[in-house]
Design a protein around this ligand. Structure first.
Ligand code: AMP
Length: 282
């Protein structure tokens, strides 16, 4: 595995790979890699000749009171995980390398962002779309791999790829979980021991809703209340949102039908956790 900090140098190497008709799979991350990330890399490894991983904590997608400064970082550890997962090229740029002195253009996402994390984190998805536009242009991947844990992000990237005509196949990968069901996340390290025990209840609340829907519950508001009640009863976390939409359109509906997403965000003392499940309601 070779690590690059210069976009130009990586571009040059990847153009050469392309001219030799190599397919490129790309995984974008903010680092502090865990099994969820590794699953994306391993899938990219199976489906492409070359695997590129980026690690970049993107300041553009963090709000002023969010955890940009304290986001966990550990390059040496990440290099090991990446090499073991079969990554060929690791791109690890500085903020200066990505944005220079003062960027003159940014991407603004117009739909699928007035709910969930888009509503709670204004500008977040503009930052995601801007950095990915840059990464897509630098790397020119054939396939890009993203986790369904960030389901709204997948919906936004789907729009970005289509609207900007990127010749990239978006591959959405199932959420990888701890044994007790907690979705793996770089931010889990910031949970206290007590919070970590409670955090499994987030997924339990989603499963409870899924069961209720399977036994005939069709009212969106009731499903939402059920999830909120479960989280309230079993954790000290503060609910940021629990919302139910059609997926991937992220349109509200009073009565559930078709592909739906139940998504939540809960704030613990030093970590805001998100999770979701998608269900096909017949
Ligand atoms: P992040 O480093 O949090 O920006 O995540 C980088 C990529 O890994 C995104 O596409 C995430 O959706 C994906 N990812 C993060 N956690 C998981 C997980 N537990 N299972 C599957 N994919 C994940």
């Amino acid at each position: 595995m070779k690590t690059f900090t210069s976009a130009g140098e990586l571009q040059q190497v990847l153009r050469e790979e392309k001219s030799n008709h190599k397919s490129i799979g790309y995984v974008a991350t903010m680092g502090y890699l865990h099994e969820g990330h590794a699953t994306l890399m391993e899938k990219a490894r199976k489906e492409n000749d070359i695997v590129v991983l980026s690690i970049f904590v993107n300041p553009l997608q963090f709000g002023p009171n969010e955890d940009f400064d304290t986001y966990p970082r550990d390059l040496e550890r990440d290099e090991n995980v990446a090499a073991n997962a079969g990554v060929d090229y690791l791109f690890y740029p500085t903020v200066q390398e990505m944005y220079g002195e003062e960027p003159s253009v940014k991407v603004v996402v117009q739909s699928r962002t007035d709910c969930l994390c888009g509503r709670q984190r204004p500008g977040h998805f503009d930052g995601v779309a801007t950095v990915l536009t840059k990464f897509f242009n630098i790397i020119l991947p054939d396939r890009a791999y993203f986790g369904k844990k960030d389901a709204q992000q997948v919906a936004v990237i789907d729009g970005l790829i289509k609207d900007f005509n990127f010749p990239i196949q978006l591959v959405a990968v199932d959420t990888v979980r701890e044994e007790d069901g907690l979705a793996k996340s770089s931010r889990n390290v910031y949970l206290t021991e007590g919070e970590r025990k409670e955090a499994k209840e987030l997924y339990q609340s989603l499963l409870r809703a899924k069961e209720a829907i399977a036994s005939g519950l069709m009212n969106t508001a009731t499903v939402t209340s059920l999830v909120k009640e479960h989280i309230g009863a079993h954790t000290q976390g503060v609910i940021d949102y629990v919302e139910v939409y059609q997926y991937p359109e992220l349109k509200p509906q009073e009565m559930l039908s078709g592909n739906i997403i139940i998504a939540l965000a809960v704030k613990f003392k030093h970590a805001r956790l998100i999770d979701n499940i998608t269900i096909n309601v017949k």
